[in-house]
Design a protein around this ligand. Structure first.
Ligand SMILES: [Zn+2]
Length: 228
């Protein structure tokens, strides 16, 4: 089954639960392009407005640090300065950092939905563990009140795949589906109950109440936000 921007092995894209898997046993295919290629991964690779994950591979007594994950060609490379020829290990996510990113990415979807209610699009979005921003097509954003209390209403968040021809264009009006590469025929969809539906292959929390306390400010066309 084809997933958004990839051809499988990305366990964090298995439902919403897939984003909560913190460690797995992996086979190590090899060290190339500055990092490890594995048979599967729970680590998000850098792209789509979300940073690459960090963590470690434990192989016997050896701890191999992974400082970023990138897609190089068709391969997902777990970048590390420690080169070894180990063949298997346990891949462990830097969960504290990742969970912040999951909260931030979910918050971004919700904020983009609130902005869209006033007719404005999110042109560029990017999130980090402590900071994120949305660039809009407004002259100056005046965020609705609900944009400041997204964590106060508990809304479930789901992730599932939809074939490209079955995408509901109307439902996903908020998303710029033209930006999806033509080669993709199975699209990863993230849905916040009664609020938002959008194509996204990032990682998100299960419920908006998990986001916790956050700040948001609106300098001009931008919406900036972060976690306390
Ligand atoms: Zn997302």
């Amino acid at each position: 089954m084809k997933l958004l921007l990839t051809d499988g092995g990305l366990l964090y894209l298995q439902g919403i639960e897939g984003s909560y898997v913190r460690e797995i046993d992996v086979d190590i295919i090899g060290y190339e392009s500055g990092g490890y290629v594995l048979d599967k991964t729970i680590m998000h690779y850098q792209g789509g407005g979300q940073p690459g994950d960090r963590g470690t591979i434990l192989a016997g007594n050896l701890t191999i640090p992974i400082y970023n994950v990138k897609k190089k060609g068709k391969k997902i490379v777990h970048l590390s300065e420690v080169e070894t020829d180990v063949k298997s290990g346990k891949l462990i996510l830097d969960w504290e950092r990742r969970y912040k990113i999951m909260k931030m990415h979910s918050l971004q979807h919700a904020l983009s939905a609130v902005i869209f209610k006033d007719g404005f699009s999110s042109l560029v979005t990017e999130v980090f563990p402590a900071y994120g921003y949305i660039e809009t097509d407004s002259d100056g954003i005046k965020l609705r009140r609900e944009g400041y209390s997204i964590n106060k209403i508990a809304r479930d968040i789901k992730r599932y795949n939809v074939s490209r021809e079955n995408l509901d264009q109307k439902l996903m009006a908020r998303c710029n589906l033209d930006r999806l590469p033509k080669s993709i025929d199975e699209v990863s969809v993230v849905e916040i109950a009664d609020m938002d539906t959008c194509a996204c292959a990032g990682t998100h929390v299960k419920n908006t109440s998990e986001i916790g306390n956050y700040w948001v400010r609106t300098p001009g066309k931008r919406v900036e936000f972060g976690l306390f």
